[in-house]
Design a protein around this ligand. Structure first.
Ligand SMILES: CC(C)(COP(=O)(O)OP(=O)(O)OC[C@H]1O[C@@H](n2cnc3c(N)ncnc32)[C@H](O)[C@@H]1OP(=O)(O)O)[C@@H](O)C(=O)NCCC(=O)NCCS
Length: 206
C-alpha cells in the first residue's frame, strides 16, 4: 500500500518500527509485573473454557488470587478475557458472562449483584491518539466504575472513565460514553436514557 492509499499518515520506516516500539512500551510500563502476568496468562488459558461448575470454581480460585480486591462469591463464565486484573475490584454475587472482554489496567470497580452479559467489552484505558504509530502509543488510564445492581446487556461497550450508577440497565449493543443515572435504562450508540427502572430509589416511571 502506498502513501496515497494510507492518506499520507505513516512514513514506511515508522510503520516498520512498530513492533519494537510496542515491545519497548510494554516493558517500560509492565516490566515489573511480568512474572505475575505470565503466570496469570498461562493459567487463564488453561481454564478459561472449562464449562460447568468445575470451570466456575477454578476461575474463582484463580482470579481471587490475582484480582486486586474481591468481596465474596463471583462467577466468571467460560471464554471471559480478563486483562490486567491487578486493577480490578469485584463485588459479591457478580456474574461475568461468556465472551466478555474486561481490561482493568486503568482501575475498574465492579459492585455487588452486577450482571455483565455475553460479549460485553469494558475498557479502563485508551490510547494517546496524538501519538503515532498508534500501536506504540502510551495508554491513558481511565478509572471506571460499575455500581451495584447494574445489568449490562449483550455486546454492550463501556468506555473508559465512565461511571454506571447503581441499578442502571444498559441495553444490548449499547455504547456508553457518559455517566449514567441511578436506575436509568439506556440503549443505543451513544447510549441514551429511555426510562427508569420502577424499583429501588429511581425516579418515578414516566
Ligand atoms: C434495555 C432493555 C432491558 C429494555 O427493555 P424494555 O424496557 O422492555 O424496552 P422495550 O422493549 O419496551 O423498548 C423500548 C424502546 O427502546 C428500544 N430498545 C430496547 N432495547 C434496545 C436496545 N438494546 N438497543 C436499541 N434500542 C432498544 C425499543 O426498540 C423501543 O423503542 P421504541 O420506543 O422506539 O419502540 C432490553 O431491550 C435489552 O436490551 N435487554 C438486554 C438483553 C440481553 O442482552 N440479554 C443478555 C443476557 S444477560
Amino acid at each position: 500500500m502506498n502513501d496515497t492509499q494510507f492518506n499520507g499518515a505513516q512514513p514506511h520506516n515508522e510503520v516498520r518500527a512498530m513492533p519494537l516500539g510496542m515491545v519497548r512500551r510494554f516493558f517500560n510500563t509492565y516490566g515489573g509485573r511480568l512474572p505475575s502476568f505470565l503466570l496469570e496468562w498461562t493459567l487463564q488459558s488453561l481454564i478459561a473454557w472449562i464449562d460447568g461448575p468445575l470451570g466456575l470454581l477454578l476461575r474463582r480460585l484463580l482470579y481471587t488470587t490475582f484480582i486486586h480486591h474481591t468481596k465474596g462469591r463471583f462467577f466468571i463464565w467460560p471464554g471471559v478475557s480478563l486483562q490486567h486484573s491487578y486493577g480490578l475490584s469485584i463485588g459479591r454475587d457478580t456474574c461475568i458472562n461468556t465472551g466478555a472482554v474486561i481490561d482493568a489496567r486503568g482501575g475498574l470497580w465492579i459492585g455487588d449483584h452486577v450482571l455483565i452479559g455475553p460479549n460485553v467489552v469494558i475498557v479502563s484505558s485508551t490510547h494517546d491518539i496524538s501519538s503515532s504509530p498508534i500501536i506504540s502509543a502510551a495508554h491513558i488510564l481511565k478509572p471506571t466504575i460499575i455500581g451495584d445492581d447494574v445489568w449490562i446487556g449483550a455486546n454492550a461497550v463501556i468506555m473508559g472513565g465512565v461511571s454506571l450508577a447503581t441499578g442502571c440497565v444498559i441495553g444490548a449493543g449499547a455504547i456508553v460514553t457518559k455517566p449514567t443515572d441511578r436506575f436509568g435504562v439506556y440503549v443505543g450508540n451513544p447510549a441514551r436514557l429511555i426510562r427508569y427502572r420502577s424499583v429501588g430509589e429511581g425516579p418515578t416511571v414516566v
